[in-house]
Design a protein around this ligand. Structure first.
Ligand code: AMP
Ligand code: MN
Ligand code: MN
Ligand code: MN
Length: 275
């Protein structure tokens, strides 16, 4: 089994349409695939059909943007029902604030001497409801402000840099409750990416569990092999189910190819244990 439970299509900030993404997953030997677009579920039907035509078991997913204090955290929902009213209404609210935020990012970059980035980013958007920093990053690379998407983020789009604007996403308890209401399991995405101290991470995870969260990504394209060990231990300590996902956004842009990461440590209980 080759299970990849985190990736993005052009319904959010991935480069491939849902069908092309599923085809690529098949080519990479993926046997179980979840599409987890940011705050969006419109790619799922097309991805499911394309995946199932190729013998892949498809899992409906989503990656919800959440605030916890002043940290943005991503919570992946797996085995969700994309038509569930609480989930769709919640996601709709989160998405609807993205356009306003993008206009502010455009103004902030303008003030830093980079004109017309809002319109520029829009040209890279596959789904007008989900304009993200990734789309700004692609425009800035194309304009020659940095050599690749990763360095644009470092210099322009993260906290403390000219194009960063704070934003109000979903509350942790709301995101987890939408996922659970729709029949899904809530999983902390790429925990190693957040700038939290060990103590803050443990406080966060206790709160996440209190809200009904049950999983954590251990093997992800956002972790170093050393971090696989760190978060495997945390999964054990907190009794969380472990997940594995590439966080693939497109060839040349992502650290990990679909289905390419090592397996989970054997002793962990995988999030798919009862699927
Ligand atoms: P947004 O939801 O608009 O804040 O955009 C978040 C997305 O930006 C993430 O899902 C990644 O795809 C991308 N991203 C965030 N930080 C980085 C980074 N340091 N390098 C490359 N991409 C990043
Ligand atoms: Mn992304
Ligand atoms: Mn994420
Ligand atoms: Mn992601």
């Amino acid at each position: 089994m080759n299970i990849d439970l985190h990736c993005h299509s052009s319904a959010s900030d991935g480069l491939l349409a849902p069908e092309a993404l599923a085809a690529r997953a098949a080519g990479q030997g993926v046997t179980v695939l979840a599409l987890t677009d940011h705050d969006e579920v419109t790619g799922l039907a097309e991805a499911r059909q394309a995946a199932e035509e190729r013998g892949i078991r498809f899992v409906d997913g989503v990656e919800i943007s959440v605030n916890w204090g002043d940290t943005t955290i991503h919570v992946v929902g797996l085995q969700i029902d994309p038509r569930h009213p609480a989930l769709s209404a919640g996601l709709e609210t989160v998405r609807s604030s993205r356009a306003r935020r993008a206009a502010k990012i455009g103004e902030a970059l303008g003030a830093a001497g980079i004109p017309d980035s809002f319109a520029g980013a829009l040209a890279y958007v596959g789904n007008p409801d989900v304009i993200s920093r990734t789309h700004f990053a692609r425009f800035l690379v194309q304009q020659g402000y940095a050599r690749d998407v990763r360095s644009v983020f470092q210099h322009y789009l993260v906290r403390g840099k000219p194009g960063y604007v704070p934003h109000q996403w979903a509350a942790l308890k709301d995101a987890v409750s939408w996922i659970r209401a729709s029949g899904g399991v809530a999983v902390v995405a790429h925990p190693g990416r957040y700038k939290l101290s060990h103590h803050e991470m443990r406080t966060f995870l206790a709160e996440f569990k209190d809200c009904g969260g049950t999983g954590i990504e251990v093997v992800t394209g956002s972790h170093s092999p050393e971090q696989y060990g760190v978060y495997a231990k945390i999964a054990r300590d907190f009794g969380l189910l472990a997940s594995r996902g590439s966080d693939f956004h497109g060839a040349g842009e992502s650290r990990a190819e679909l289905g390419s990461l090592p397996p989970l440590p054997q002793d962990l209980k995988p999030v798919w244990h009862d699927w």
